[in-house]
Design a protein around this ligand. Sequence first.
Ligand SMILES: *Cc1c(COP(=O)(O)O)cnc(C)c1O
Length: 378
Amino acid sequence: MSSINSFAVIAQTDPRAGYLAQRADIDAAITRVLEGGSYILGGEVEAFEAAFAQFIGVPYAVGCASGTDAIELALRAANVGAGDLVFTVSHTAVATVAAIERAGAGAVLVDVEPGTYTMAPDELARALKAVASGRPAAVLPVHIYGQPADLSPLAEIARARGLQLIEDCAQSHGAVYHGRLTGSFGDIGCFSFYPTKNLGALGDGGMVVTKDPALAAALREIREYGWRERYVSARPGTNSRLDAMQAAVLRVKLAALTAGNARRRAIAERYDAGLAGLPLALPARRPGTGHVFHQYVIRLAERDALRASLREAGIGTGIHYPVPVHCQPAYIGRLVSGPSGLGITERAASQILSLPIYPQLPDEAVDRVIAGIRTFFR
Ligand SMILES: *Cc1c(COP(=O)(O)O)cnc(C)c1O
């Protein structure tokens, strides 16, 4: 019998495995912060911000409390708010749209491309032409599952209309589009460090990256009460700071991100080979990009039956996401969508299935998932 026996449950994701893989270094970093006596922002956060900015290839990175906050802060720093429209997708975490509304702007939902599930540039163009009220202010594509959206045409459309391009990179740490890392392509990039992301904290955390020093200065003010100097608010702000402990942990984990992403790609290739020829759609790869496989998502009509069958076999799966934002009870009937509707988004939601993937997942477990899927179709 192999080390992964046929009874062990295979989790869809496992942030604890990521901790255990770097346990000594993470424990040492936490102890250093505990003993240092400074627990919010400060040197640890500055060191991580510098390391992350260098990794992404931008001059400025500003830590904050979550990925949701990163998007809200980015919009506020870019002066996007009441009366403004932000063009994004419905095939995303509800956080994307929640952050737009928190900033005071309205979300316009654009359908996705059928293969990559990222914002369709022609749909963005159509949605912009169809605007009846409100002022278009920003385009906010999501690099869903770790695959970059088609940034060149999206940027061209945004530039022609004078709109900000703000990237939701919550699932794309280290993903590459035409030689540049996601987050460095647009005006602002927004990252989440939720524990299961490709770069995950041991709690909440987020980061905003930019090339623009004025935006970086605004972000630093807004994340802490609008302070330009201590106790003096230069503008309305909020509290969205990054903890020193999370920053210290994240700096340890950043050093393992590239290897972790390479392992995710190797797992994806193993799935591709093992599932070839079955009546299901494998993940598409956009040419000219480096996918970092935050999720490995297959697609089939019998999704729910396959999911139940895998669960019986002790294999965990996920659905990202089962309900598009515009169909959520909180948003139904009140979000604007592009003129051709959200048919591709809605059909995808009922057919997508995320297989187990995380860097510590062994090949034997991947093979058991493949065997479980092959058994279902036999
Ligand atoms: C996780 C995620 C967010 C929100 O990040 P939090 O840190 O959970 O607030 C936003 N957008 C996408 C696409 C995400 O996957």
